[in-house]
Design a protein around this ligand. Structure first.
Ligand code: ATP
Ligand code: HSE
Length: 318
């Protein structure tokens, strides 16, 4: 018996909700923008094989791959419950560029933990598993934030409530929105993009942040797309991170003039996202970004929709 789990790309922050809002996305052409992990019965406690387009960018040592740490914490939790851990042969299909702002490490973490849990007949519940996913993200980026792992695992637009034993809850979004995702092909490590942020903010920024985030969530629940799009503004990270993203300011200006409802930095960058409610506009912006924002052969642009499913089983073998 074996299982393969796919975990999709995600947009951390969605501009307006630094560390507390995230969205899962999948390309409309059906291509996979995410990692896959296979868990099969092994003849040793743990083995890991890595394949996929971005395998060369992974750490050379197996012990440095976050998938190995996922197995360690999963084993720890099973031990606490006195549940037997099966020997596993894991394979990571690394399709996501690292340090892209697309939640690459989250894809590996979510696919690995979801697959391990399914392989063991679901010994951990959703909150227990998401807690481990957050622990793994914190290990990588240096601080606990669920805005990639929660949408990647649960799908859709997710708001991190982190109260009453709940980590994240789903927020209704707009079915006709397209999300143009443009990855330029350069790397921006999350930990570095966090280190440049101020440790304190001015009162006017705090007030603006509250208005934008409150206004966005309100507009989503009352289904006012125009108002929601106006609220997609980032006063916490974008003003400081913009300088790490060559061409971002021009690209955002182009997208706005071409008819995008909003644009921003995906996660900690360098991927940029643009929201459109018209497919032709989305495709036009995608073409322009391919020519003007993508910097090398590793970059790409996808027109996406929200991925309402999150991680899912795609078969039993890679
Ligand atoms: N399976 C894995 N996938 C991705 N990164 C991994 C993996 N295993 C270990 N790493 C390491 O974790 C770090 C991930 O860096 P970082 O958090 O910047 O990437 P990211 O998850 O792609 O960022 P973002 O969330 O902005 O997309 C890198 O140092 C990378 O070598
Ligand atoms: N919320 C995190 C997401 C990282 O992908 C940040 O912006 O640093």
């Amino acid at each position: 018996m074996s299982v393969v789990v796919y975990a999709p790309a995600s947009i951390g922050n969605v501009s307006v909700g630094f560390d507390v809002l995230g969205a899962a996305v999948s390309p409309i052409d059906g291509s996979l923008l995410g990692d896959r992990v296979e868990v099969a019965a092994g003849d040793q406690p743990f083995t890991l094989k890595c394949v996929g387009d971005f395998v060369a960018k992974l750490p050379a040592e197996k012990e440095e791959n976050i998938v190995y740490h996922c197995w360690l914490v999963f084993a720890r939790e099973l031990d606490k419950k006195s549940i037997e851990l099966k020997p596993v042969a894991m394979t990571l299909e690394k399709n996501m560029p690292i340090g892209s702002g697309l939640g690459s490490s989250a894809c590996s973490v979510v696919a690995a933990l979801d697959a391990l849990n399914r392989f063991h007949n679901l010994p951990l519940n959703e909150v227990e598993l998401l807690t481990l996913m957050g622990e793994m993200e914190a290990k990588i980026s240096g601080s606990l934030h669920y805005d990639n792992v929660a949408p990647c695992y649960l799908g859709g637009l997710q708001f991190m409530v982190q109260e009453l034993g709940i980590i994240s809850q789903s927020v209704p979004c707009f079915d006709d929105w397209y999300w143009v995702m443009a990855y330029p092909g350069i790397k921006v490590p999350t930990a570095e993009a966090r280190a440049i942020l101020p440790s304190q903010y001015r009162r006017q920024d705090v007030i603006a942040h509250g208005r934008y985030l409150g206004g966005f969530i309100h507009a989503c629940h009352s289904q006012q797309p125009e108002l929601a799009a106006k609220m997609v503004k980032d006063v916490v990270a974008e003003p400081y991170r913009e300088r790490l993203l060559p061409g971002f300011s021009n690209a955002r200006q182009y997208a706005l003039e071409a008819g995008a409802l909003a644009s921003g930095i995906s996660g900690s960058g360098p991927t940029m996202f643009s929201v459109c409610n018209d497919l032709e506009v989305a495709k036009r912006i995608a073409r322009w970004l391919e020519d003007n924002y993508v910097q090398n052969d590793e970059g790409f642009v996808h027109v996406c929709r929200l991925d309402s499913t999150g991680s899912k089983v795609t078969g039993s073998e890679l």
